[in-house]
Design a protein around this ligand. Structure first.
Ligand code: PGA
Length: 251
């Protein structure tokens, strides 16, 4: 297999100490031994340490949901990439549509975060995706391509040797609406083609995850598409049984 599939659970701003403890226990027990996919969980920052101590010795990895675009200093409320690395994160999500829409994050800032994540030895999971309006007006490819190229222009295509892209159509996030496997495959192939035009070796190795209402019922079909290399799962990752079923949909 050129690309090991990855399934990441994005818990967003959900849970408390006890919920999270129970969730991680459930995932550990449910997953059991050997698994085909790489498994990553993305707890709220204050619980990273707690989760890290629970998953030690297992195959599960932890990720940040975001990081600051500056290295350190007077940025009240921010969490730096080096802090995430320090508590054991191996991945960091950036450019999630909730950050772009609610916190007005721009491509340039996202590219800065991308660099800091790699500078601290971690792997960025760069989210891209179009809104319903953009899809309906036939602009989905331009929007997604633009978000991706804006970062490539800043960091260079070779930086994507150690990066993951997550295609998350905004209209499918938390809505229960899922892109059909064909719609998702089409966009994933487009993303890979864009990268291949710059550097084919990077494109071949690049994992492109699908995100947006992934559930146990649709995971297998999505993950069996040739350019879908796993998923970024929100809502369903908060229930151990569902998350485990999604991870096991990778065969
Ligand atoms: P969802 O969220 O699975 O709840 O749609 C996905 C995401 O936002 O990463």
């Amino acid at each position: 297999m050129i690309r090991r599939p990855l399934v990441a659970g994005n818990w967003k701003m959900c849970g408390c100490r006890s919920d999270i403890q129970a969730l991680v226990d459930g995932v550990l027990v449910g997953l059991g031994g050997e698994i085909a996919a790489e498994v990553v969980v993305c707890p709220p920052a204050v619980y990273l340490d707690q989760v890290m101590s629970q998953i030690i010795g297992s195959e599960i990895k932890i990720a940040g949901q975001n990081c600051a675009s500056a290295e350190k200093g007077a940025y009240t409320g921010e969490v730096s990439a080096s802090m995430l690395a320090d508590v054991g994160c191996q991945y960091v999500i950036i450019g999630h549509s909730e950050r772009r829409q609610l916190f007005l994050e721009q491509d340039k800032t996202i590219a800065e975060k991308f660099k800091l994540i790699q500078a601290n030895g971690m792997i960025p999971i760069l989210c891209v995706g179009e809104t319903l309006e953009q899809r309906q007006s036939d602009n989905a490819n331009d929007v997604v391509g633009g978000q991706l190229e804006a970062v490539i222009d800043e960091v260079g295509v070779n930086a994507f040797f150690d990066a993951v892209v997550a295609y998350e159509p905004v209209w499918a996030i938390g809505t229960g609406l899922t892109a059909t496997p064909e719609q998702a495959q089409e966009m994933h192939a487009y993303i890979r083609t864009l990268v291949a035009r710059k550097e084919s070796g990077v494109a071949e190795k690049l994992r492109v995850l699908y995100g947006g209402s992934v559930k146990p019922e649709n995971a297998r079909k999505l993950f069996s598409q040739s350019d879908i290399d796993g998923g970024l799962v929100g809502g369903a990752s908060l229930e151990a049984k569902k998350f485990v079923a999604i991870v096991k949909a990778v065969i």
